[in-house]
Design a binder for this molecule. Structure first.
Ligand code: GRF
Length: 203
């Protein structure tokens, strides 16, 4: 399964996916990493591992014009699944149509709670006792497509945004690879908003 990973920043989810592949725990290959920012630290991770990378800057381009460049690059690398990993842009309808049910995102809350920016801060400010992270298919709306996997984490009384974010992030690093593996194994079907994951066949 050839992955195209889109980043804008740190790239720790990309790194976790690359690690799982290197450990042969995830049956996939990172075909290309694309960043919309030349200064994204995640690019260094790709460089160090010899993973193909490309910066496609968005300045001055309309959303769809930008997305056409990204889709062309993904197609050049024969990408089968697109993984948004801290990619700070909404995708156009053109992009979504180009990879139907083949685009994943990870978000640091239990969606539909706390979509958008600063989800961990939103959770703290709301006072929830449990939050977490979500891997979902991407549609044209923000953090809204069908949910593949979620992981819950407790919110502790002494949590700060940083401590809560770190607890959530360690779960993000687990569930993103797991979701990709389910898809690679052909176990995932989407029925409306519900994503069903078939039991693994017994050996
Ligand atoms: C993660 O918290 C992810 O859930 C959100 O953006 C952050 C990206 O972190 N979409 P990283 O770049 O993968 O380290």
């Amino acid at each position: 399964m050839r992955l195209g990973i889109l980043i804008s920043g740190r790239g720790s989810n990309f790194e976790a996916i690359a690690n799982q592949i290197a450990r042969r725990k995830l049956d996939a290959e990172v075909a290309i990493v694309i960043s919309n920012r030349a200064d994204a630290p995640g690019l260094e991770i790709a460089r160090q591992r010899g993973i193909p990378l490309r910066v496609i800057a968005s300045a001055g381009l309309e959303r769809e014009a930008y997305d056409r460049l990204v889709v062309d690059e993904l197609r050049t690398h024969e990408v089968e699944i697109v993984c948004l990993a801290g990619f700070m842009r909404l995708l156009s309808a053109y992009f979504i149509r180009s990879f139907p049910s083949r685009i994943l995102n990870i978000h640091p809350s239990l969606l539909p709670a706390f979509p958008g920016l600063d989800a961990q801060r939103q959770a703290l400010e709301h006072g929830v006792k449990i939050t977490g992270c979500t891997v979902h298919f991407v549609d044209e709306f923000l953090d809204s497509g069908p949910i593949v996997i979620q992981a819950a984490v407790p919110v502790l009384d002494n949590d700060t945004v940083e401590s809560l974010s770190a607890r959530i992030l360690s779960q993000e690093h687990l569930i993103y690879s797991r979701a990709i593996q389910y898809i690679a194994d052909g176990r995932v079907t989407i029925e409306g908003r519900r994503v069903k994951i078939r039991e693994e066949a017994a050996e």
